[in-house]
Every structure is written in C-alpha cells, then in structure tokens.
Write a protein that binds this ligand. Structure first.
Ligand code: FE2
Length: 510
C-alpha cells in the first residue's frame, strides 16, 4: 500500500543537511493495522523522486483494539464505548469487560461496523485518500449507577479461545437528569489534528489543535463531558487521518463522553443530500464521522440528538441538513427544547456547527446579516419560546460572546453577571479549537460583548440549580480570558417575558 501519511524535510532538525548529507528525523507512528516504511525522496514536494525505502517495521499486534471513545447512549444511564481494531467478526468476537471500580467485571457485547471505498461519495476519499479504516466496534454499557466510577477494557475472543485485551480505562457515570452535583462541560468546534513530531500531512492547517487537546487533558480531572461541535478531524477525504485524530483525543475520549456534532468537513458533498452543495468533506459525505463516533441520534446519518448531563439538557443540531421550519430537524429541535423540565434541568443548551445565531465573522459581515444565511430565521422563535440559556456554534474559527438577545436586540446591558428573568439567549461562537483563525468584520455589531482572535474553548460549571459559571480559555495558556456567571431560581425561568409566556385564564371565585 503506497500511502504517504506524513512527511518532513531532511533539513527540518539538521540545518546543514545540504552540506553534510546527514540528518536525524523523529517520526511518531501510531498503530494503523499495517506495517510502516520510511521513504526518502529528492526533489521536494513539487518534483519528488524516490531515492530509498526502509525495511518495513511492524507493530507487535497490528490488529490490537485501540482508541476507545466514550459517548452517551440514548438514555442517561448508558455509556457507549467505540473503538477501532483489525479484527473482523469472523475472526474474533468483540466485547467490553467492565464494572464498578474494584468490583466484579461484566462483559457486554459489541456491534461491528466498517465502511468501504465504494461507501465514499467522491475524491479524494474514493480515490487517492482511501485507506481501510479497520473495524469499528461499539458496546453499550447499561444501567449505570449515577456518578459511580467504572473501569473497562476492550476485548476480542479469538476462535482458538484466547483473548486479546486493550489497556484498562475508567470513566465516571453521568448523573441522573436533574440531579444536583458539580457538573463541568467543555465545548469547542473545529479542532482537527496535527502531528506531535512536527511533521507535515495533507490538510495541515489546524495549528491550534494540539494546544487545545493538551489543555483539555491537563484539566481533565475537572471536566465531566466534552462537546466537539463539528469539523472534527479535517481528514477531508484522507481516511488515515481518522486514526490519527482518534489517537490524539484518546486521553480525553476514553475518560469522559466525547459528544460530536457534524460539520461541513464531515458531511458536505454535492448531490448527496447535504444542505450545502460544497466539496468540504473531500468525498467522505459523513460516512467516516457517522461510523467512527457514536452519537445518540435516531439515525446516525442525520446528526441531531439530545442528551442530558445532570442539570444540563443539550439539543445538538446538524447544520449540514435542513433546519428550517417544517423540516424534520426543526420538529426534533422543538421537541428537544420542549422536553427540558427546567426545575430539574435549568441549564438548556443548543449547539450546532455553523453559526445559526450571531457572529461578527468577516464573511458573515459581508452578507450583512452576521449569521449563516437563513440561520436564525426559523430557530430564533424556538430559542425564545423555550428560553434557551446559551447557543454554541463553531465553523467560524474564533471566539465571540453576545449579550442575551431577543429579536436581534440586547435585552440586558450586564456583561459579567446575569440574574433574574430569562429574557434572552446568549450566543457563543467557539470555533477556535485548532483550525486556522477567522477574521472579524470591521463593523461593530451591537450585540457583541467579547471577541477573541485566538484558539480556545469554553467551560461551563454548574454549581447547582441556581448558579452557573461560564469561562472562555485560550488554548495557548489555559487561562480564562472571558467569563460570566448566571444566578437565578426556577420562578425566573417560568416568569412571563415577551412571547415566552404561558396562556392564563381567570378562574371563578368559590
Ligand atoms: Fe466548518
């Protein structure tokens, strides 16, 4: 198989290479179910000529179960474990061995998926970018006890009766919906991947991705769940990069639920049902994303879903499919928002990849509406009716936070502390996960409270049902650059504002 996965220049770490002909390069290899060779080329990228190829080197077990990623199942007390291996179901039976830490470990079966070159919609995914993704297994760990710590490892039972095991990992089960405990959520979009060894690859433009990954790992003992809201790997049709991405986020995704949304770089391809007719997915048309990561959607090819984390209720949209009034997705979003019992789940969050709300992005500014075309026209009605606290977006690679907005206007001049009646939604662009930064418009928008042209992510901390802390941290140093708090009680959510008011009638006195 002649696939160049990563490369570097011989003078990268030995500047006098051209004089001495001597250089040392370090490459980090990850297990991708095949042997590796190193090749030396002359002539640079423009006119490469193969000079020499090394002997192949092999991993101890090329088929080993690797890169576990957790995600919520469809119910609050179910965690899914998805991983990659080289074992077809005819060769070995995949399962997860798991249980409460220090207690009896049970076994749960896993389902196995893969996809083929003819599952891809176009080039490069269907041509030069194709690489066999191996087998993707998902096991469903059910009836979890709230907040309990579990250990798990992936296994494959071979036909000769012997077992192949992964390392042992652990996670904390999610709280019962509405349950009070310290609850911490991290949200970002557009992270992508980069090479730890400084080498180059296709689609090599996610300069901030390792910093974001590392800051989240550093704070991981203080994080309960992560949302990566679209533009996941930027593999863009070079399928081998999905292994690279799942390897990069393994410390995070093997420990806390790693919930993804779909973006243009996962889904878009002309004439394949994506809402946008662009070639941004490099021919993947959503198939790798929908297979490599589990999401609790009814149909994984339509990437909208709801999920709970204790006092939070999340409604995740899919901007690469129609969201306008009358669409299947619109009905889902309304149902999701309506199903939050705000006494138990006061923190109601909407998130999707493209900016359906508000952004001062340069290109959105050129269009004059500061949003994705048709973005908020339908959904604003729902955010207002159901009193959504915050709406998060990626796609635009920077950070921006708005005032609480109702009908395109700020309804609160406060910037750092919000209290009382819920009368507007705060819109947050947090697409600076790692991909090349996006310029802001020169126009000053009336609703913009804080802008940052840098890489970063958001952390939400719910202390209880009445108190929430919002922090924006830069990936370069992990420090907080923007923050605010919300304090309020249940009656403040119920209180009548604008059209978010329930109908009332006068009773008869008796
Ligand atoms: Fe995007």
């Amino acid at each position: 198989m002649n696939v160049i996965m990563q490369y570097n220049y011989a003078n990268y770490s030995s500047s006098n290479y051209t004089k001495t002909g001597r250089a040392t390069l370090n490459f980090q290899l990850i297990n991708q179910r095949a042997d590796f060779s190193f090749a030396l080329f002359s002539g640079g990228l423009s006119n490469p000529k193969l000079v020499a190829v090394s002997n192949p080197i092999s991993f101890y077990n090329p088929k080993a179960p690797l890169y576990p990623r957790l995600a919520h199942g469809k119910s609050w007390n179910e965690m899914t474990v998805t991983w990659t291996s080289g074992y077809d179901i005819n060769e070995a039976v995949p399962f997860v061995e798991w249980g409460m830490k220090g207690d009896i470990q049970l076994r749960s079966p896993a389902g196995t998926l893969t996809f083929h070159q003819n599952s891809m919609c176009g080039s490069p995914a269907r041509t030069v970018g194709w690489r066999d993704p191996g087998f993707i297994h998902t096991s469903f760990l059910k009836n979890l006890w709230p907040n309990s710590v579990y250990t798990y490892r992936m296994g494959h039972l071979l036909s000769n009766g012997s077992y192949i095991w992964s390392k042992i990992y652990s996670f904390k089960a999610s709280p019962y919906p509405g349950q009070d405990s310290l609850q911490r959520v991290v949200i970002f979009g557009d992270m992508g991947k980069a090479e730890r060894d400084g080498s180059n690859e296709y689609n090599n433009y996610q300069m901030g991705s390792l910093n974001t990954t590392d800051q989240v790992i550093k704070d991981l003992s203080n994080i309960d769940i992560v949302f990566h809201i679209g533009d996941i790997t930027y593999a863009n049709g070079y399928i081998s990069q999905w292994d690279q991405f799942t390897s990069q986020v393994e410390p995070i995704a093997s420990t806390v639920p790693y919930m993804i949304a779909s973006g243009n770089h996962e889904r878009d391809w002309p004439n394949t049902g994506s809402f946008y007719d662009t070639t941004d997915s490099g021919g993947e048309c959503g198939v790798p994303a929908e297979t490599m990561f589990y999401v609790p959607a009814e149909n994984r090819a339509k990437f909208w879903y709801s999920t709970d984390y204790g006092m939070f209720h999340f409604c995740i949209g899919d901007t690469e499919h129609d969201w306008r009034e009358g669409s299947e997705q619109y009905r889902f979003i309304e149902h999701c928002l309506a199903s939050a019992d705000r006494q138990k789940q006061p923190w109601l969050i909407f998130a999707a990849h493209r900016v359906l709300g508000y952004s001062s992005d340069y290109y959105y500014g050129l269009e004059g509406s500061f949003e994705e075309p048709m973005g908020r026209e339908s959904l604003q009605r729902l955010w207002q009716k159901y009193k959504v606290d915050m709406a998060f977006y990626g796609h635009v690679h920077n950070y921006e936070r708005t005032c609480p907005i109702y009908q395109n206007h700020c309804v609160n001049s406060e910037k750092s502390h919000y209290s009382g009646t819920v009368n507007g939604t705060i819109h947050v662009v947090v697409g600076g996960g790692g991909s090349h930064l996006s310029e802001f418009s020169q126009d000053q928008t009336s609703w913009s409270v804080y802008k940052d042209y840098d890489y970063g992510f958001v952390k939400l901390t719910a202390f209880n049902h009445s108190s929430l802390l919002f922090e924006y941290k830069r990936s370069s140093d992990g420090n907080v650059y923007d923050s605010f708090t919300i304090s309020r009680d249940y009656r403040d959510v119920l209180a009548c504002v604008h059209d978010g008011c329930e109908a009332t009638t006068l009773g008869i006195l008796n």
